[in-house]
Design a protein around this ligand. Structure first.
Ligand code: AMP
Length: 394
């Protein structure tokens, strides 16, 4: 059952959202992306003539701590949704129950931080039951916490055997992953970058069966290059993963996946923005120098693969994009993905730093989908069944 199959008229929708937004010292919201992301779900329910009870965590409080109160975000939610927003100072108990009972169609109620109760993270059934009594339908729209088996993300679903569904954001996240991992038009290309092979190995193992091209960039490149006998100077390397790198290349070959490693690098004599730089073949980096970005030849080669791909997954930057001097490869790759998308390819950017990069370089609305969930997206790419998703499907 999807959200759009349900008529919410006169229904109280209990929605798990991810409003874990950053606040400054005066408790102002500094990035409201996650609140806006919940808008389609909330609008659909309100337009049906229902009301929304929103529950979320904020930060990592130890017990009740005012600095982590969701009261701080009420005004912003009101601005974004354009309707009156009420607040209950506890997510369970009489205050929450009274507020939920009195809620009228068209109104929104925000419950206080779920993590003010330790039972939330423990996935406690009695705590989940006390939340469940507040609503008629349970909606999970918190992709960012879908990889956690918490009371509000997983346990609670059992109290709504017939009346539970994904929110529209969550449905879009799941659909995007499916489009890359299962139903994507070929050729399917995965671009993996970032610092280390070790943190991406489970993803690599899982996706090799599903892709045609694997583009490798970023710091993890050098473990592959060294394993193949190249000289990598002082570049980042995981000495204990050299055999693993060779194994990945062998498996990829067996499975018919074309692996594209960089041919050249922008090298620097120090890990800083104003270091001396040069371009070097990827396997001839002199001692005292380190590869901090992909080089111009590599950019051209990677662009060519991307422009030929119909489905593209991007996780991890091509270089140390936080420093201007080493951001060119990541920017160029982002633009190539944007162009391929314009030409009709599907592109998903997910997990951590590549999301930061597309936002920083103004490319977020030029790719098909930018995931809102770092850890949840990575675990999905690793092939894990997320507890928050399983609980709705059970
Ligand atoms: P990850 O969290 O594994 O996706 O790694 C992201 C980090 O990798 C970013 O902070 C980048 O600065 C860093 N990174 C990318 N390329 C390199 C490189 N060639 N050398 C060192 N760090 C890199």
């Amino acid at each position: 059952m999807t959200l759009n199959d349900i008529d919410f008229k006169d229904k109280k929708a209990l929605i798990r959202v991810d409003f874990n937004v950053p606040l400054n010292e005066t408790f102002e919201v500094t990035d409201d992306t996650r609140i806006r992301a919940a808008k389609p779900t909330v609008v659909k329910i309100l337009e049906d003539g229902g009301c929304c009870i929103l529950m979320s965590h904020l930060g990592r409080p130890k017990g009740v701590q005012d600095e982590f109160s969701l009261r701080h975000i009420v005004d912003v939610v009101e601005d974004i949704f354009g309707v009156q927003v009420l607040f209950a100072g506890n997510c369970i108990g009489p205050e929450a129950q009274n507020a939920a009972e009195e809620l009228e169609p068209g109104q929104i109620l925000i419950l206080e931080n779920l993590r003010f109760h330790d039972e939330e993270k423990q996935g406690d059934a009695e705590f989940a039951r006390q939340l469940a009594v507040l609503g008629d339908v349970y909606v999970n729209d918190a992709f960012g916490t879908a990889h956690r088996a918490h009371a509000s993300t997983a346990t609670i679903a059992r109290f709504f055997p017939e009346n539970k569904c994904f929110g529209l954001l969550m449905a879009k996240e799941i659909e995007s992953i499916k489009r890359v991992m299962e139903t994507g038009e070929k050729p399917v290309t995965a671009i993996l970058g970032g610092a280390k092979v070790s943190s991406k190995i489970t993803i690599i193992n899982n996706i090799l069966d599903k892709i045609d091209h694997l583009i490798v960039g970023g710091g993890m490149t050098f473990t592959f290059i060294k394993a193949q006998g190249g000289s990598i100077g002082n570049s980042l390397v995981e000495e204990d993963k050299l055999d693993l790198a060779l194994e990945i290349l062998k498996t990829a070959e067996k499975k018919g996946v074309d692996v594209h490693l960089p041919g050249d690098a922008i090298v620097a004599d120090a890990f800083k923005n104003d270091a001396n730089t040069n371009t070097a073949p990827i396997n001839e980096i002199p001692n005292g120098w380190m590869g901090l970005d992909v080089g111009p030849r590599t950019i051209d080669e990677f662009k060519d693969v991307i422009m030929r791909s119909k489905t593209i997954l991007w996780n991890g930057p091509m270089g140390v994009f936080e420093m201007d001097a080493f951001a060119k490869g990541t920017i160029a790759l982002g633009h190539a993905i944007a162009e391929a998308t314009k030409n009709g390819s599907f592109s998903l950017v997910g997990g951590g730093d590549s999301v930061a990069a597309v936002k920083q370089f103004g490319l977020a609305d030029k790719v098909s989908y930018v995931s809102t969930g770092g850890g949840a997206m990575l675990e999905s790419l690793e092939g894990k069944i997320l507890p928050g998703i399983a609980a709705i499907l059970e």
